[in-house]
Design a protein around this ligand. Structure first.
Ligand code: PLP
Length: 381
């Protein structure tokens, strides 16, 4: 079966992880801070805070921005459930902003009218979480200007997006957000097996996320609240978690990040072939905005309305091609239906979901495999 995404693990990656395994330090050693430095270097952000997953970092980012009981957080319905769940972990309420039907990204027009309405009802969100679907940046300048004018903080869920850029600036630079989150799950652009990171230019937010990822505990002498009792002494300043990234994960990340640029270039090269070949068919490729360069986590096409997506999906799978569907809208998940969301609440998201199909895309996808995928899809359509 050709998977829809797959990690690339080199001999250098294996050596880097093995070296840590043979060292004294499996956790809380030099690899995690080094990985954070690498993330700052590739994004141009001032601070990076690594954790055991993007889900953990979304939670900590919400907490650092003060999200608490009674607050509202808005995200996109076309995303993985983690983008919404993070608000609920903080006791807040979640709501969604509809997307553009051709990109699956949060629609600035829909956001503007929802903010206007929310202001009139005194229910403005504290935090907005736009999601860079497939790695394609949302229209962040428009979203940021709206958020600013209504006093709303912004977390970019760029789980799909490391290595991409918007307006010639790297995603993660936080030009138009308070915090950006990346995921390093194996199907993503680079991997740490499980892992995530937050970038920010705000020292206070970075410190808060650092504290919360490790039980709310600090050993930094400058911020101790009581007299230091000795080398064993640490202080708990907040109710935190154990969301730490291990040295093994960070070592893998430190090795993988050397190939970030080549991974993204290879993905874009494969996409160019997909786009050229699919232009001959009646399908719409989901592509980034003109002013963006996408890391292309996913190659998504929108099938025409008359095509039976389920039949195509099953036939592709029967041909050993692991196509996928990203995503079933979050507001239609049974858990969220129980919170009062309903079908037709976000019609553009539902349109996107009904038509989308994810084709295999990963750096090691061969020309022959891609040819086979395209031929099979052409034959079926
Ligand atoms: C958009 C989005 N946000 C958040 C996450 C959560 O990432 P992680 O698996 O690193 O917790 C994912 C993972 O697939 C995702 O796709």
């Amino acid at each position: 079966m050709i998977p829809y995404g797959r990690q690339n693990i080199s001999a250098e990656d294996i050596a880097a992880v093995t070296a840590v395994l043979q060292s004294d330090c499996l956790t809380q050693g030099p690899q995690v801070p080094l990985f954070e430095q690498h993330i700052c270097a590739v994004t141009s952000a001032k601070f990076a805070v690594a954790a055991n997953s993007a889900t953990s970092m979304l939670h900590l980012a919400c907490l650092a921005l003060g999200v608490t009981k009674g607050d509202y957080v808005w995200t996109s319905p076309i995303t993985f459930v983690a983008s919404a769940n993070c608000a609920l972990y903080c006791g807040a309420n979640i709501d969604f902003v509809d997307v553009d039907r051709y990109t699956g990204n949060m629609c600035p027009k829909a956001l503007e009218s929802k903010l206007k309405q929310a202001k009139a009802q005194n229910r403005l969100p504290k935090v907005l979480i736009p999601v860079h679907m497939a790695g394609h940046s949302c229209d962040m300048q428009a979203i940021w200007l709206l958020a600013k004018s209504y006093g709303v903080r912004v977390i970019e869920d760029a789980s799909h997006g490391i290595g991409g850029s918007y307006q010639n600036r790297k995603i993660g630079t936080c030009q138009y957000s308070d915090i950006t989150i990346f995921s390093f799950h194996p199907v993503k652009i680079i991997t740490t097996a499980e892992g995530g990171v937050a970038t920010t230019n705000d020292a206070v937010l970075a410190e808060s996320m650092q504290l919360l990822r490790s039980h709310g505990i600090t050993k930094t002498p400058q911020i101790m609240l009581r007299p230091d009792e000795g080398d064993w002494y640490y202080e708990q300043h907040a109710l935190g978690f154990n969301y730490r990234m291990t040295e093994l994960q960070a070592a893998l990340g430190n090795s993988q990040i050397n190939r970030l640029v080549s991974f993204v270039e290879q993905r874009n090269k494969l996409v160019a072939t997909y786009v050229a070949e699919l232009a001959k068919l009646n399908v719409t490729c989901v592509i980034p905005l003109d002013n963006s360069y996408s890391a292309y986590h996913l190659m998504i096409v929108l099938l025409p309305g008359h095509v039976d997506r389920k039949a195509i999906f099953e036939a592709m799978r029967a041909a050993d091609i692991c196509v996928h569907v990203h995503y079933f809208p979050v507001h239609l998940q049974p858990y969220y239906l129980n919170k009062g969301f309903a079908e037709h609440d976000f019609p553009e998201a539902e349109y996107f979901y009904q038509h989308c199909l994810t084709l295999p895309l990963f750096p090691d996808l061969t020309e022959q495999e891609q040819g086979y995928i395209l031929d099979t899809l052409k034959g079926l359509l």
